[in-house]
Structures are given as structure tokens and as C-alpha cells.
Design a protein around this ligand. Structure first.
Ligand SMILES: Nc1nc2c(ncn2[C@@H]2O[C@H](COP(=O)(O)OP(=O)(O)OP(=O)(O)O)[C@@H](O)[C@H]2O)c(=O)[nH]1
Length: 574
């Protein structure tokens, strides 16, 4: 910053007159030339006077305006005895003063260059504004890098404020009052508190910065620490916490996976979309797609696709069990057979990470798609890895939960639904039956003389009989109903859409099939057995589940009394 010469004359030239070299040089000149001399600064203050007895008598006076680099810095009045020497003496005076000033300006310039160098090297954006003229005199390279503006874009403070805060009412209210506060702090001699603010950059983007204002004489030095990178990190942390929280809720697997996709999409560049693709049980082809931002026909086309080398980013990543980064789909060989699909979705790059379970098996993939060719930075890689791990946990959680549910709801010996589950399902069916006016039926089935089988062949063979019965019953009933084990050698069958006649017929078929079964006894022999069944239905009137079951039980009792190995439908007593 070169201070104007005017400033030098007014504020600094006077005090520099005590510079002994300058005073000595002028005094010497006056003595050598018999001159008297009176020097005024530009504002008229007398700053130097020399006179001797002879010069006081001298009649010839010359006045000259002292000009330095076209700027007036003061006047010199000479009293000379020999008028012919007046111009030469005046020239000498000027040279002495100007060379002294040049030295001062040069040292000032050196200081200013040093100051500039420091600002240029500073890692934060800095502007240097003249508080009186409001001219932006300097901005450092970091300022240009962070905000994009050059000095030509913002020659004055008002230009800067208009660009940085384009909303006029915000400028007139918030910014104006902030400027007033900054002035007040200055008047009070207090440091101006730092503030967080959002600045609009030259390219229209917004940067969050920490603004610090300090005064250097008349100059306002403002530094801006870029917080945008910091808030990006904060956002990413928030996203991660949000996803972890989701895992702890009762959300279904579908909800968790969609939530992972959505949250990552909100956290990355606009124009980027995400997907979770899940493999089928054989781990060879994609079975499910969670990609709500990709077109439906894209998702549909992915289902059933066999994974392998060159099956896009995800097919290849799932096949290799390794992350696959495709920066440009149109030129990458993994996408050679899928470019039309990519065009359909409007994606040009795809980074895919396999989802691995704790045993290291590939369960699917998590991927980020971009609408332009692009490569991920370290943060992106980190985020993809995090999303894939989270998806793996969600999937494993879900399967553990299913295992637990199965364990809680199924009979351990036969794998059929247990008593508790059977009654839950039957209760639900009964409600629907009345709502839809479709009768439902219940069959209770009991192995005849099972005690004898146990006694004769032992408990293990008895167990095998029960398992064989369960397997055969499930097969015969198929999707007509649900087979459950009530306990011991007693089973039950729920037939939600069968009336009494149909249910009796189904039970009769089952009885016949079971009678054909032969269970090995562990030696040469085989075990044959029969069953008796009681059937009830809600054809005729609205009854409770307890009543329905008790009627079937009653019918079973009849079947046993009738000699076993038969099916009896419940009949209302006359
Ligand atoms: N092997 C085996 N036996 C069981 C199991 N649960 C109950 N039992 C046996 O099943 C038999 C049931 O006998 P009972 O209730 O007297 O009836 P039953 O011999 O089948 O005669 P009826 O029902 O009158 O035809 C008992 O001997 C129980 O010990 C089981 O899980 N495994």
C-alpha cells in the first residue's frame, strides 16, 4: 500500500524534519549560498526556517511550489542576495527535500511490500479496505480462491457488499447494522467480535465463513475463514448419526435401506443418486433394488440380472466382492453391454461397493451414480464404505430378527407353526372370514394310539413319526391353509377359505395319505400309523375361535369313539 504523498506531507513530513541529515543539508546550502529559507508544508504549516544576518538584509525573494511526482507537497520561500543564483538554489532545495522524501517513500514501500507478502501467503481470505474512501485496495489470492472475485469485480466496499449479499433488504438491514456496530466498536476502542456469515461467491454458490474485522489506522482489514468445508464434515456426521439411529428403530429392512439411500443422496452432490441392490439366496443375481431416484424401468431391468465381470459397476463389484469405480460409463468396458440402460437413467458414472456380511459373503451392492463423468474423492469413498457396512448390518439384523421370530413361532421338532402362532393366525383369519363372509374351518388331528408306538419302538421313532406326519400334512394342505402342532401328538389345520364340507373332504384326503406313510423304525421294520380328525366350521353362525376349536375337538372325540382312523365333521346337537 503506497501512502499518498499528500498523506506523507500532511502527517509525516513535518515530523521528519527532525531528520538531522535533511536539516543539515538545507542549512549547509543556505550558508553556502547566503540564502534565507522558509519552508511550508502543503497545508500551510511552517516547517523550517533559516536566516542569517546577511540574508535578512537581502532584498530578493523567490517563492516556489514544491512538487513531488506531480503532487504539491509544500512551498519554499527564498531570500537571496544574488538574484542570478536564485533558480539554482531553489533547484537544490527541491532536490534535497525530494530525495529525502523518496527515501522515506522507498522505506515505506518496502514495509508495504513486506505487509503484502504476508497477506499473500495467508491461508485465509483477506481484504484491505480504505475506511475513508471505502475503496477495496487489496485482496489476497486466498480471497480470490474462496470467493472467486478479483479486485476489478469489487473496486469499492459497496460493490463487495452488493455482490456478497445480493438480497437488498438483508443488506439494508442486517449488514448495515453490522457495519454500524463495527464502527461503534472502533470508536470505543474495543475489538470487533467475530461473526459467522454466508457470502455469495462470484459463481453464485454460497460460502459459510467466520468473519473477523480489525482496524489498521484508517484501513479495515477483514479476514474470512472458510467454514463450508467444516460444515460439510458436520453434515456428513449428521447423516451417519441419522442412519445409525434408523437402525435402532423398529423400521423394516425396506425402510432402513431406502433411508440409507435417501440420506446419502441428500449428503452428496446434486445430480447424484444412490442404490442398494440385493442378491438372491444363491448369491448369483440381483433380486431387489432400492433406488427410488432412478427410473422404474431401470430398476425393473436390474432385477434378475446375473452378476459377473462386465455386468456394470454393481454386477462386477458383487461378482468380485470388491469396490468398482467407473468414472465414465460410456467408455468403460464393464458397462459395454449396458450403455443403453445407463442412458435411460441419465447416469454417466457409477461407484459401487459390495455389501458383505460378517462372514464375508456378498449380499448386494451400494452404489452412487452421477449425471456427469466423475471420480470420487476420499470423503466419497469413505461414505460409500459406510453406507455399504450399514446396509450389511441392517440386512443381518433383519435375518437375525427373522430367525428369532421363526424360533419363537415354530415348533422345534416338526418346524410347523406352534400353538401360539396358530391361534394368532386363526384369530386373524376369523376376523377376515366375518368381514368377507367367507367361511373358515379348523381341523384337529390326533395320532391314533401313539402311546403304543412310543412304547413299542421308542421315543426317537415316535418323534420320526411326528416329523413325517408334519411334512406330509404340509405337502397335502399346500396353500389351502396352515398346519400347526398344538402339542404332543395333536395337530391342527387352519383352512381359511373352506366351508365344513370342503374342510372335511381335505381332512379325509390327508387321513388317507397319512395312512399310506411308512416310517423306518431304525431296524428292519417299518412303522405304520393312522390319525383321527375332528372338523368344525363357522358356516352357520358367528362363533368365537375358542368355540370353533372346541367344536373340532368335540368332533375328534367322536372320531376316536367311532373307532379311530376317521374324519368327523361337527354337527350341532338336534
Ligand atoms: N415320541 C414322542 N412322544 C410324545 C411326544 N409328545 C407326547 N408324546 C406321547 O404321546 C402319547 C400320547 O398318548 P395318549 O394321550 O394316551 O394317546 P394315544 O396313545 O395317542 O391314544 P389315542 O389318542 O386315544 O388314540 C404319550 O405317550 C406321550 O408321551 C413327543 O414329542 N414325542
Amino acid at each position: 500500500m503506497t501512502p499518498s504523498l499528500d498523506t506523507l506531507c500532511h502527517s509525516q513530513f513535518d515530523c521528519r524534519l527532525d531528520n538531522p541529515t535533511l536539516l543539515k543539508a538545507i542549512t549547509n546550502l543556505c550558508e553556502a549560498t547566503d540564502s534565507g529559507l522558509l519552508l511550508h508544508s502543503a497545508n500551510g504549516t511552517e516547517i523550517f526556517r533559516f536566516s542569517s544576518l546577511r540574508t535578512r538584509q537581502a532584498q530578493h525573494q523567490v517563492t516556489s511550489i514544491l512538487v513531488h511526482h506531480l503532487e504539491r507537497i509544500g512551498t519554499v520561500k527564498l531570500n537571496v542576495i544574488d538574484p542570478d543564483k536564485a533558480d539554482a538554489i531553489m533547484m537544490c532545495v527541491k532536490q534535497i527535500i525530494e530525495s529525502s522524501l523518496d527515501q522515506d517513500v522507498t522505506s515505506e514501500n518496502n514495509e508495504n511490500h513486506h505487509f503484502r507478502d504476508i497477506l499473500n501467503a495467508a491461508p485465509i481470505a483477506i481484504s484491505y479496505i480504505n475506511g475513508q474512501t471505502r475503496n477495496v485496495e487489496f485482496i489476497n489470492p486466498m480471497f480470490q480462491e474462496v470467493f472467486g472475485y478479483s479486485l476489478d469485480d469489487i473496486p469499492t466496499m459497496d460493490d463487495w457488499l452488493e455482490r456478497a449479499y445480493p438480497d437488498e433488504s438483508f443488506r439494508n438491514n442486517i449488514i448495515a447494522s453490522r457495519s454500524q456496530k463495527i464502527a461503534d466498536y472502533r470508536t470505543l476502542g474495543l475489538p470487533v467480535p467475530d461473526i459467522r456469515t454466508h457470502v455469495v461467491c462470484r459463481d453464485g454458490s454460497t460460502r459459510q465463513v467466520l468473519q473477523r474485522v480489525r482496524w489498521l489506522g484508517e484501513h479495515r482489514v477483514t479476514s474470512y475463514m472458510d467454514l463450508s468445508a467444516l460444515s460439510e464434515t458436520e453434515n456428513r456426521m449428521q447423516t451417519r448419526y441419522g442412519m445409525l439411529e434408523m437402525l435402532l428403530t423398529n423400521a423394516t429392512l425396506d425402510e432402513v435401506l431406502i433411508s440409507i439411500v435417501r440420506r446419502i443422496e441428500n449428503n452428496i452432490n446434486t445430480g447424484s443418486r444412490c442404490s442398494v441392490l440385493l442378491l438372491d439366496k444363491t448369491h448369483t443375481s440381483f433380486e431387489k433394488s432400492y433406488a427410488p431416484s432412478l427410473p422404474k424401468n431401470y430398476n425393473d431391468a436390474i432385477i434378475g440380472v446375473q452378476i459377473g465381470l462386465g455386468v456394470g459397476s454393481c454386477g462386477t463389484a458383487a461378482y468380485l466382492g470388491k469396490r468398482v469405480i467407473v468414472e465414465d460409463i460410456m467408455t468403460n468396458e464393464y458397462w459395454r453391454d449396458f450403455t443403453a440402460l445407463a442412458q435411460l437413467a441419465g447416469v454417466q458414472s457409477c461407484w459401487s461397493q459390495p455389501i458383505l456380511n460378517s462372514a464375508g459373503d456378498v449380499l448386494g451392492t451400494f452404489a452412487i451414480y452421477n449425471d456427469t463423468p466423475s471420480s470420487p474423492n476420499n470423503d466419497d469413498i469413505d461414505l460409500i464404505g459406510f453406507a455399504a457396512r450399514l446396509a450389511a448390518i441392517a440386512i443381518e439384523n433383519r435375518s437375525t430378527q427373522l430367525d428369532l421370530e421363526n424360533w419363537a413361532f415354530s415348533d422345534h421338532l416338526t418346524g410347523l407353526v406352534n400353538r401360539r402362532r396358530f391361534f394368532e393366525l386363526a384369530e386373524r383369519s376369523l376376523v377376515e372370514s366375518y368381514q368377507q363372509h367367507i367361511p373358515m374351518s379348523v381341523v384337529i388331528l390326533d395320532v391314533d394310539r401313539f402311546k403304543k408306538i412310543n412304547d413299542q419302538f421308542g421315543h426317537i421313532v415316535g418323534d420320526n413319526v411326528l416329523k413325517a406326519l408334519a411334512k406330509c400334512s404340509k405337502h397335502v394342505i399346500g396353500n389351502q391353509g396352515v398346519v400347526g402342532r398344538l402339542g404332543g401328538e395333536e395337530f391342527t389345520i387352519l383352512l381359511p377359505e373352506s366351508n365344513l364340507l370342503q374342510a372335511t373332504s381335505i381332512a379325509e384326503s390327508l387321513r388317507q395319505e397319512l395312512a399310506k406313510l411308512s416310517t423306518p423304525d431304525g431296524s428292519e421294520d417299518i412303522v405304520k400309523f393312522t390319525v383321527s380328525c375332528g372338523v368344525s366350521s363357522n358356516d352357520d353362525l358367528e362363533i368365537s375361535l375358542d368355540e370353533l376349536v372346541s367344536r373340532a375337538d368335540h368332533a375328534l372325540y367322536q372320531a376316536k369313539r367311532n373307532g379311530r382312523n376317521c374324519v368327523i365333521a361337527y354337527q350341532q346337537p338336534e
